[in-house]
Ligand binder design. Structure first.
Ligand SMILES: *Cc1c(COP(=O)(O)O)cnc(C)c1O
Length: 482
């Protein structure tokens, strides 16, 4: 592909929305620098304040629509115990996805009634723990239902269960999912099988969680789940709650124009009409076939106009065939609405930082900035992390310095170990020991895919302690406030 020369004006920044606490970190080189001396690993910095604000945004909507409700923080999106404790302090619940998540929450003193277990795989010890402690279990398939029945019967206890629903009808098609029971199958399961074969399972409510970020799909799923609750009601089975899972959008970016320009430039670059904006002109999941570009970049919608509360309201305002909104339907029936946001509760609560180890030019003449971290420490299922990092320079750039564009590379010994695929413009070449901060990584980015290959240490998770006025390890923070 013929490369065209870069001009300063055609670089598109993707300016992230930053929290005030992040800007305070950026302003103090000495303080953050010390953390690397102390922990010898990248650091994940967290501040819990926005977590409570994000929670409040959901509650404001729930109160506006006068809905009985419980919010559960989907804990799998971040490993830090501090968020579970904060949920406990603020009075909301935690959605758990495995044995360690459940047992840690219980050890932290979170009441079992504030937990929901949605694990995709429920091994024996997990089922035993959940039944012993009376944690609500969301069931997905008959094998685990049989295991729950057997375990509960063995303990002489009942198991409280919700049934996961999937396979909703939407726009003339069935939405595929590998999870749960279709509404029809769930109906039979609850009215027949539970009574006949699984007497120790006590049905409490219905649950779904949809892939992707469609508001209307969630609205349609909610309406169909309410219809199922009505069918159950007609045979005297009460649905106490409907849990609509997570997937509430986050808006990460300041500026829609930048987002549009980024797409325009990426597409032009992949078609060979301008200089590449990504390493090796990576199309980020689009396909170029005989000169024609197909698809859109497979990236999270980093810019969107309907984050969190607005997204949630659109789900609640979705209308059934009679023009009734799902909020009205729930309110009339006094069914409690539950939700399990993960990413959206973690918005602006975390960032990942690493030290610059080296700077060099590669064979193409591009700057490569080597960071003391690896790609799994800031990695998501999105084809690229599309937020401008902030460099904390020891020596601040001056008007004498010239801007450069660079790629960030990490510690795994792979050719493809590029931390960002996008080429980033910097005010100057950073020095060894300068610090690069990737903002807003707490939701999935920092923990979901991290690995310890090469025996590298995992990043240190630090939580801002207001009483101590500094960042302290999650283990210490969470012990101290238990
Ligand atoms: C992952 C998951 C969530 C959280 O999803 P987010 O996109 O982080 O809001 C909630 N519920 C279930 C069952 C999940 O699997």
């Amino acid at each position: 592909m013929t490369a065209k020369p870069s001009t300063k004006s055609d670089y598109t920044k993707l300016t992230p929305i930053l929290a005030d606490w992040m800007k305070e970190v950026f302003a103090d080189f000495a303080e953050i620098s010390e953390l690397f001396e102390k922990y010898n690993s990248p650091v994940n910095l967290h501040n819990l304040k926005p977590f409570g604000e994000n929670y409040r945004e959901f509650v404001n909507v729930l109160e506006k629509y006068q809905l009985q409700h419980t919010v559960y923080f989907a804990r799998k999106a971040n490993k830090c115990a501090a968020f579970c404790l904060e949920a406990k302090r603020l009075g909301f619940g935690v959605d758990t996805a495995g044995f360690n998540e459940v047992s840690e929450c219980l050890e932290l003193g979170i009441d079992a009634s504030k937990l929901v277990l949605t694990a995709a795989i429920k091994e024996k010890r997990l089922i035993e723990l959940a039944i012993k402690k009376d944690v609500l279990i969301i069931v997905d398939n008959l094998d685990e239902i049989a295991q729950i029945e057997k375990t509960a019967a063995g303990f002489g206890k009942n198991a409280r269960v919700g049934v996961r629903i999937g396979g909703f009808e939407f726009a003339g098609e069935t939405l595929y999912t590998r999870f749960g029971f279709t509404p029809e199958r769930a109906f039979q399961l609850i009215i027949k099988d539970f009574a006949a074969d699984f007497p120790h399972l006590k049905f409490q409510g219905l649950h779904f969680h949809l892939n992707g970020y469609s508001r209307s799909q969630r609205g349609a799923a909610l309406v169909q789940t309410i219809e199922l609750a009505d069918r159950l009601k007609a045979v005297n089975i009460e649905t106490k709650f409907i849990d609509i899972g997570g997937g509430f959008l986050v808006n990460y970016l300041e500026n829609e124009t930048e987002w549009r320009d980024f797409h325009k430039n990426l597409k032009a670059a992949v078609r060979g009409e301008r200089e590449a904006v990504t390493f090796a002109n990576d199309p980020l999941g689009m396909n170029l076939i005989e000169g024609k570009l197909h698809g859109e970049p497979k990236v999270y919608p980093y810019f969107n106009k309907t984050p969190r509360g607005l997204f949630f309201e659109e789900v609640l305002n979705y209308k059934n065939e009679n023009g009734e909104t799902s909020a009205e339907l729930l309110r009339l029936r006094e069914i409690e609405l539950r939700l399990e946001p993960g990413r959206s509760l973690l918005d602006r609560t975390g960032m990942t930082a690493a030290r610059v180890a080296f700077r060099k030019r590669d064979l193409n003449g591009d700057w490569l900035i080597g960071l003391e971290m690896n790609r799994t420490q800031m990695f998501s299922s999105s084809a690229d992390f599309l937020l401008e990092p902030t460099i904390i320079y020891k020596e601040k750039p001056t008007s004498e310095d010239t801007e450069v564009s660079a790629f960030f590379v990490g510690a795994y010994c792979l050719e493809q170990e590029f931390l960002l695929k996008r080429k980033i413009e910097l005010e100057k070449v950073p020095a060894v020991g300068d610090i690069v901060c990737f903002p807003n990584t707490a939701g999935y980015m920092m923990h979901f895919f991290e690995s310890e290959a090469h025996l590298f240490d995992l990043a240190q998770n630090l939580i801002y302690s207001a009483s101590k006025g500094k960042f302290i390890p999650d283990e210490i923070y969470s012990k101290g406030t238990k």
